[in-house]
Design a protein around this ligand. Structure first.
Ligand code: PA5
Length: 431
């Protein structure tokens, strides 16, 4: 993968990058020497050095067992305990993976990421007569949304399979020693996978949090890890001008200082929409604090060209775009000639849909740049496991560097406690 900065040239001067050089070096040093704020949550930085291969083997065996025995695999978790897995599963699978009759993997559905009684009731209606495995994921083990969902699933599984049967079909991914979920797993004998102490939720997709659901979905996790571990090396250079990941982080912060405080991640592939959701959580929760931050937004093109396109072209000029462009998708269709040509599309006959999509991107890029919107372009050769691993690491590392340049702790999330405090008070939760 690579990143093209051509369409930021008229917005960022060379000396502005020069000015950033020392700040990036300092941020790199703080991150790698573990002297920056939140340094005890930087285990994701060099995961390859302390990756638990034994646990990973056990995880792959469990994924095989689930693939053989389950019709439905339910992933219970919220925020960092769910978005990464969903993003990768949706990006790399068939667009309609849950609708394929003879699939090599169970259908994957998500729960515990909302507080909707309708959603949960509907979900039980769908799975009640099916073979089900459940993976409940929570680092703290005390998060309300997954805890509520799991209370229902535990009962459902025990009624369906008996206590012993449920025990085999429920897997808990949580802290190695503490939290309510760890306790529940111990008492009920669930198999558990560990979320390392030094990796926070939104940086955890390459731990069992993401790896188990992704492996169950029959996606090659070895290749994802290879992509990420190679990226560790590729993006380890502290020289801003030789490290595209740092150039991305620096560009964001330069633009931010010029009043461009909203970043919109765009894609032209429906299967990438959850990559954007994952990215928004990563950047929103990491950077939006102490009255500072770049607001991370996303659009799915070309659909949103018919809605948000107006705003982007013509609205307040406080935005920049980062485009996620995939060169090779592996599947395509060619538009054919039609005798009547009532839809006036014959000028496209012989052209592929990807070709039309590419021109839509190029045309949009030119229009938005002309409309004073700086555009970065992340180009990915092929939508595959290896590149997905690289992309995940690229975004994680850029986020940490960008956060340090911004002068905040990119690894905590004090702001999310406020709604919980109010909600618990209103619900009458005992102290
Ligand atoms: O990134 C984070 O830390 C959060 O988004 C958490 O992942 C989210 O709140 C879920 O927390 P937990 O895994 O403790 O249930």
């Amino acid at each position: 993968m690579g990143i093209n900065f051509d369409n930021t040239n008229s917005f960022i001067k060379d000396y502005e990058y020069k000015f950033m050089e020392s700040q990036v070096k300092l941020a790199h040093k703080m991150l790698h020497d573990r002297t920056g704020q939140g340094n005890d949550f930087t285990g994701w930085l060099d995961l390859s050095l302390h990756f638990d291969n034994e646990e990973y083997k056990r995880l792959l065996n469990k994924a095989d067992e689930i693939r053989e025995n389950a019709d439905y695999f339910i992933v219970i978790g919220i925020g960092g305990s769910y978005l990464g897995a969903r993003a990768v599963i949706e990006a790399l699978n068939h667009s309609f993976y849950n609708l394929i009759e003879k699939s090599k993997s169970p259908k994957v559905l998500f729960a515990g990421n909302n507080i909707s009684g309708k959603y949960l009731s509907d979900l039980f209606e769908v799975i009640k007569d099916k073979e089900v495995y459940v993976n409940v994921i929570s680092k703290s083990g005390t998060t309300t949304e997954p805890a509520i969902a799991f209370r229902f699933f535990k009962k459902f599984m025990e009624e369906k399979y008996g206590k012993e049967g449920a025990k085999k079909r429920i897997i808990a991914t949580t802290d190695k020693s503490k939290g309510a979920l760890k306790e529940l797993a111990k008492i009920n004998g669930y198999e558990t996978f560990i979320i390392p102490d030094d990796i926070g939720g939104r940086y955890s997709v390459l731990t069992p949090v993401g790896l188990l659901p992704i492996a169950v979905s029959n996606i090659n996790t070895d290749e994802i890890l290879k992509g990420a571990f190679d990226a560790e090396k590729i993006y380890s250079n502290d020289n801003l001008f030789e490290n595209e990941c740092y150039m991305y982080a620096a560009s964001r912060q330069i633009l931010n200082r010029k009043g461009k405080d909203i970043e919109i991640l765009t894609n032209y592939e429906p299967s990438l929409s959850f990559i954007s959701e994952w990215w928004k959580q990563l950047y929103g929760e990491s950077e939006g604090k102490d009255g500072k931050g770049i607001y991370p937004a996303s659009v799915n093109f070309t659909a949103d060209l018919h809605s948000m396109g107006q705003w982007i072209q013509d609205g307040k000029r406080n935005i920049f775009e980062t485009n996620l462009i995939i060169k090779e998708l592996g599947k395509d269709m060619t538009i054919e000639n039609e005798e009547m040509d009532l839809d006036k599309l014959n000028y496209l006959s012989g052209k592929t849909i990807s070709y039309v999509n590419e021109k839509a991107f190029e045309g949009t890029l030119q229009a938005h740049v002309k409309g004073n919107v700086p555009n970065l372009v992340i180009e990915i050769e092929k939508l595959d496991e290896y590149n997905m691993g690289s992309l995940i690491y690229f975004f994680e590392k850029a986020c940490a560097i960008s956060g340090y340049i911004q002068g905040i702790n990119p690894f905590d999330q004090p702001g999310v406690e406020m709604y919980k405090k109010n909600m618990f008070k209103l619900l009458g939760k005992p102290e």
